[in-house]
Design a protein around this ligand. Structure first.
Ligand code: CA
Length: 236
């Protein structure tokens, strides 16, 4: 058992002002072998994240001063932290809808009250898919390049600032270039498990990814009623 714990020493940062919730979750995560740090407000959290990015951030939506929403935006827009996976906590499903509406770039979300066990499973699933990413290297389609070792996407030498989920999504499409990917398949392969996330989430992330890619966004082709395909524009 000790050997099993030794493998899981990644640091999880919990950002939550409700001490009881933070401590309970922290207790569970430590019990699973994670190292845990707790920040009770967004300012402290961002300082910690910038100084030493954790393996994953559990971020509560309702925080004093800087809201979870704003903090998420700050993390995503900072090149040193934009790749860190974020699991959002929220008290109500309406808030979740709003968060998704804002297309924030959280990798997953959990509604309170939540089961710590369920949350741990989700955290593991996310960490697993991001550690798999690191094992592979360079993907290239035309002058679109995805470098896993540097966690960097370049389109004609322009660096594209991608979130962790967009990066994974683009990697999957590039790995399977020329082949149509069903939205359900993308959901499973990119998000890693069946969840409350529906296939519209794929569309939302894909739209944002295309926008970020600029002219290279046209590499991603929509196959109506089915899914997506990445191919060199006019390369057939
Ligand atoms: Ca809170």
């Amino acid at each position: 058992m000790a050997a099993c714990f030794a493998v899981m020493s990644e640091k999880i940062l919990i950002v939550e002002d409700e001490i009881d919730v933070a401590e309970l979750l922290g207790h569970h995560l430590r019990g699973e072998g994670f190292s845990v740090e707790i920040a009770n407000n967004g300012r402290v959290a961002f300082a910690i994240i910038k100084n030493q990015p954790p393996a994953l951030i559990v971020l509560d939506l309702m925080l004093p001063e800087i809201s979870g929403l704003e903090l998420c935006r700050m993390i995503r827009s900072n090149p040193g932290t934009s790749h860190v996976p974020i699991v959002m906590l929220s008290a109500r499903t309406e808030e979740i809808d709003r968060v998704l509406g804002f297309e924030l770039g959280a990798d997953d979300y959990v509604v309170k009250p939540f089961s710590p066990r369920e949350l741990v499973l989700r955290i593991r699933a996310i960490l697993r898919r991001f550690s798999q990413d690191k094992e592979q290297v360079l993907l290239r389609v035309g002058d679109l390049v995805l470098d896993r070792s540097r966690h960097e996407v370049r389109a004609a030498d322009r660096v594209i600032d991608c979130t962790a989920t967009e990066f994974k999504l683009l990697a999957v499409l590039m790995e399977r270039q020329g082949r149509v990917q069903e939205r359900d398949r993308l959901l499973t392969d990119v998000w890693g498990y069946d969840s409350v996330i529906d296939t519209r989430t794929v569309d939302t992330h894909m739209r944002r990814l295309r926008d970020k890619l600029g002219p290279h966004g046209s590499y991603i082709e929509t196959i109506r009623g089915f899914g997506y395909r990445l191919a060199l524009q006019g390369g057939a």
